[in-house]
Design a protein around this ligand. Structure first.
Ligand SMILES: NC(=[NH2+])NCCC[C@H](N)C(=O)O
Length: 338
């Protein structure tokens, strides 16, 4: 399995992924024109033909034998430069009365666009039949190697928005209690429109005044900062890299936004460049523990390796591995131990 930038020929495969993702997966609506445009945006980002502010680096995970697409993931260079990027920030307001000697702090949601200009990791999806052999970790972590390699293309901070809690009927209690009063649309429709980038309605219709959380239903309050059960593994992975919840949530479903300084992310901090040597065959561990990525933007590739570098920073690859990554003897490879 290997990660590579999405290409024009992937439209069919990407649409098949979009049909599988399901409710609340905002960034991959099943819409052919939209997906084709997304591919074009990504191709021009990798070819460095895109203005700085809307770079979308969209990757696919492919089975390098069958050519089948197993999943995808992406990095956005900077969010909110064109259309504002909204979250709620969970804060506290202190109310106190000296006269009555009463002191209260009340949780409050403030509409925020504090993340303007940050990078975002997003769109991670892995088809169920490929949820094995650490493919999910490969998709999630390859992005840190990419950001480490092209560090100057990214701002100081990175965030990830996690899918929020939905009940057994596929209903978001947070949306029911809040968003639905302001939008004459159901959750799916509102989510679909934001996924298509048509989201100026958020700024136009969303409540602008702070919301005291005791006014929300108990079920809606319980959604604040909670993820969809399918999203838990993805959240755990990001936390292990050092991303944290700082109180920002999604305005529609209440799911957490986690964030970190790019330079503090483990995968960015700990990955290092090595030099490739190619041999006919080499021993490897049963469980692949090393993540390898190339140093090229257009020909970016990443995959697992069952072996690490020696003490001189040389990484030995078999011919098959060197093909998979598209590198040859003497090339550089970025490695991360896990
Ligand atoms: N689940 C959603 N579609 N939320 C809507 C907003 C998402 C995002 N923070 C933005 O401003 O673009």
């Amino acid at each position: 399995m290997r990660i590579r930038p999405i290409a024009h020929g992937d439209l069919e495969g990407l649409q098949a992924l979009a049909q599988q993702t399901g409710i609340g997966f905002t960034s991959l609506p099943d819409n052919r024109e939209f997906l084709a445009a997304k591919i074009e945006t990504a191709v021009s980002a990798f070819e460095e033909r895109t203005p700085v502010d809307d770079r979308l680096y969209f990757f696919v995970l492919e089975d390098d034998e069958s050519g089948e697409l197993a999943g995808c993931c992406a990095v956005i260079g900077e969010v909110g430069r064109d259309i504002p990027f909204y979250n709620y920030r969970l804060g506290t307001l202190a109310h106190s009365s000296v006269q009555l000697d009463l002191h209260r702090t009340i949780d409050t949601l403030f509409l925020s666009s504090d993340h303007t200009g940050d990078a975002e990791v997003c769109s991670l999806y892995l088809r169920p039949e490929y949820r094995r052999d650490r493919n999910g970790t490969l998709l999630s972590r390859a992005r840190w190697l990419f950001m480490a390699q092209f560090r100057d293309r990214f701002p100081d901070k990175v965030l990830a928005e996690m899918r929020g809690h939905f009940d057994e009927n596929g209903i978001s209690p947070f949306w029911q209690c809040l968003g639905s009063h302001f939008f004459p649309l159901d959750f799916n429709e509102a989510d679909r429109l934001t996924g298509l980038g048509q989201k100026s309605f958020i700024g136009e219709l969303m409540p602008k005044f702070p919301i005291y959380t005791p006014f929300l239903t108990e079920q809606a309050r319980a959604c604040i900062g909670q993820v969809h059960e399918h999203t838990r593994p993805a959240l755990e992975m990001l936390k292990r890299e050092g991303l944290r919840w700082e109180g920002f949530i999604d305005i529609f479903d209440g799911g957490p936004t986690v964030e970190a300084y790019v330079d503090d992310v483990r995968g960015v901090r700990e990955s290092a460049l090595c030099q490739v040597e190619v041999v006919a065959s080499a021993a490897h561990d049963e469980r692949p523990r090393w993540l390898a990525s190339t140093t090229s933007m257009v020909d970016f590739r990443a995959s697992w390796l069952g072996r690490g570098p020696d003490e001189h920073g040389v990484i030995v690859l078999t011919e098959e591995e060197s093909h998979r990554l598209g590198v040859g003897a003497g090339d550089a490879l970025r490695l991360l131990a896990s």
